[in-house]
Design a protein around this ligand. Structure first.
Ligand code: M6R
Length: 364
């Protein structure tokens, strides 16, 4: 049932404040200012390496998580697409945790990768949205997302819920590794608990994003730029746009622009810059200005301070609520989802059932 919404995708985008809150509830002990796991005594202290494997949007959630595992837990992370991982005979040493991320829990390549990791003596953790799925059954540590059924082929609420689980998991790992003081843990819990309201704040810009979507509809190519944890959000934004609007889009690490893709820039290629104010802002903005200097049309997605500092000369700006960097990926996922959605609606494509795509990819 789509309720008041025109498409399942739109409904699922709008469900995010509620389902992210639901998911966080399972991983945060707010009374004690602590993060927790569904299996409280699962021992993470001996984990020496984490290997993250997934496909599509779930892969981008894993890419965000890599920053967190390294930053908080100081554990080395390996990350790969399931379809590459399973054919490259990866070396998996003792003391490794293999982490699989999947909305459906049935993606054929991810499931095959899980079985390979099991054969290599790894502990198996899975972040899945379908609790009865194959991956859920084969896990040592099941980390459910509580997004509820996702119908739209383009994944939205499953992604933000995956990020919520992964942030809490990174904090659990950090604590188990003796890398997190109670005060730091309390801070993380506080920031994560702010995510649902911040996502709600992002949804409030829906109309502004819809208005901006008109500028994107005629484009043949669109670039998305981001740095740090905003880089996977750029990739996710480009994937969403490709999937449902059929416009060619690519996500790039902002600093990579000048190593090639900047040659594509002219006034016909819109560039979406994802740049919350914070430690990486200045760097991303200077890449953005390189684009503007070559006649590129930039859409800046930032917060009030960021838009004030760098919004001039942009084709459009979208102002997100000001948030802590930990939850920025969850919040900035919303405008890129909405942008893809509105462009697709304006183009008249089948938003919930885009051509050539299936919700669950059970072929290799
Ligand atoms: O069910 P999974 O999370 O394993 O699916 C992985 C990808 O097939 C999926 O994320 C796909 O990229 C989506 N259509 C993205 O919107």
């Amino acid at each position: 049932d789509k309720g008041n919404h025109r498409h399942f995708m739109q409904k699922e985008i709008y469900e995010q404040p509620v389902v992210v809150a639901q998911t966080l509830k399972a991983y945060l002990q707010r009374m004690d200012d602590r993060v927790s796991l569904p299996i409280p005594d699962f021992d993470l202290s001996a984990i020496r390496r984490v290997t993250i494997v997934a496909c599509g949007t779930s892969f981008y959630a894993g890419m965000v998580a890599r920053y967190w595992f390294e930053q908080f837990a100081r554990v080395p992370v390996d990350l790969d697409f399931a379809s590459e991982f399973r054919y490259r005979e990866p070396v998996m040493e003792e003391g490794g945790l293999a982490l699989f991320i999947s909305q459906s829990g049935e993606t054929a390549d991810t499931l095959a990768a899980l079985r390979y990791a099991r054969s290599q003596g790894q502990k198996i953790a899975v972040v899945v949205n379908v609790p009865t799925s194959s991956m859920a059954r084969e896990a040592d540590l099941l980390l459910p997302t509580h997004a509820g059924p996702e119908i739209g082929v383009a994944s939205t609420k499953a992604f933000t819920c995956q990020l919520a689980v992964l942030a809490a998991f990174a904090a659990n790992l950090a604590r188990a590794k003796g890398r997190l003081t109670p005060a730091e843990e309390k801070e993380i819990v506080r920031h994560l608990a702010e995510a649902p309201a911040a996502i709600n704040g992002a949804l409030a810009y829906d109309e502004a994003i819809e208005a901006m979507a008109h500028h994107i509809v005629p484009a043949r190519d669109v670039l998305y730029l981001g740095r740090g944890t905003d880089y996977p959000i750029a990739l996710e934004g480009a994937l969403k746009l490709k999937e449902i609007s059929y416009i060619h889009a690519e996500g790039y690490a902002a600093g990579e622009m000048k190593h090639g893709p900047i040659a594509l820039i002219d006034e016909l290629v819109p560039v979406i810059c994802i740049a919350p104010s914070g430690p990486l802002f200045e760097k991303t903005v200077s890449n953005m200005q390189e684009v503007q200097a070559r006649g590129g049309k930039v859409v800046l997605i930032s917060d009030y301070d960021g838009v004030q500092a760098a919004g001039e000369g942009c084709l459009a700006t979208i102002t997100m609520p000001k948030v802590h960097p930990l939850i920025a990926p969850m919040v900035y996922a919303v405008p890129v989802q909405l942008l893809a959605y509105h462009v697709a609606v304006l183009k008249g494509t089948d938003v919930d059932q885009p051509r050539n795509l299936a919700k669950s990819v059970t072929v290799e």
